[in-house]
Unconditional design. Structure first.
Length: 255
């Protein structure tokens, strides 16, 4: 389902549910509920609870946005370092050069076609990429170096492969390990119910229609933020998923 359609359904459903509850509370509640006399006490509680909930939501959203940005930067670093390693290997003997180019292209293709789908669905990443990277390391390490220039290029290729390995480990660490834990989700959902449903229905003084609109708008807005958190949980899937474009570009340069 399209992310905009899904988000609209989430918001519309929460707004309708919140409005219905607000209507039922005002329509069938006891006579001493919803009076303006509750406003001072309820307002103080709403300010504290709503503020705490807003801080939690903001913290989670910022953390997830930072995670998506970090994954994108790591993927670009991994792909760029892979290409840089092949450029450094161009100064090595022809046999090593050809082997490095062949293994680098195979590694980029493995990441794009095999690893990225597993990162998106949270499945187990195959060991093919790690094996190819180790073969790249061995190919460079075993290459003969004749003179200072080739020795410098060999060292540069090894350093770039080490950067590939570090970026790869950081990328894999985000596979299924990111997102929001059960405890945080519990706090988010319970806090949303209290902020959007329970406390607003303690206020009085407004007309029924205005009260329903206020509660439904608050419920829809908070649900929109929860939907954004849900979409940002896995940086490799969802509405803001990081695509393997860096490795597609790397394959073009290695071709």
């Amino acid at each position: 389902m399209n992310i905009f359609v899904a988000g609209s359904l989430w918001v519309a459903g929460a707004a309708c549910a919140g409005g219905l509850i607000a209507y039922l509370v005002r329509r069938f509640g006891r006579d001493d509920e919803g009076r303006p006399g509750n406003n001072d006490a309820a307002g103080q509680v709403f300010t504290i609870v709503g503020g705490l909930h807003a801080v939690l939501v903001a913290f989670v959203l910022i953390s997830l946005f930072d995670e998506v940005s970090t994954v994108s930067q790591n993927a670009q670093t991994e792909a760029d370092s892979l290409v840089a390693a092949t450029w450094a290997a161009d100064a090595l003997p022809a046999e090593t050069k050809d082997r490095v180019h062949r293994l680098a292209a195979a590694y980029a293709r493995t990441v794009e076609e095999q690893e990225w789908p597993r990162l998106a669905d949270g499945g187990e990443v195959p060991a093919t990429g790690a094996t190819q990277l180790d073969q790249l390391r061995l190919a460079v390490a075993e290459a003969p170096a004749d003179g200072d220039w080739q020795l410098d290029r060999k060292t540069e290729a090894s350093n770039q492969l080490w950067s590939v390995y570090q970026a790869r480990q950081q990328r894999l660490s985000h596979s299924g390990a990111g997102g929001v834990g059960a405890v945080v989700w519990f706090a988010l959902i319970l806090g949303s119910l209290i902020t959007a449903i329970l406390l607003p229905n303690l206020f009085g003084g407004t007309r029924l229609a205005a009260h329903v609109i206020i509660v439904s708008t608050l419920a829809g807005t908070i649900t929109l933020l929860l939907f954004a958190i849900h979409q940002l949980q896995n940086p490799f899937s969802g509405g803001v998923s990081v695509p393997p474009e860096a490795f597609t570009a790397a394959l073009d340069r290695l071709a």
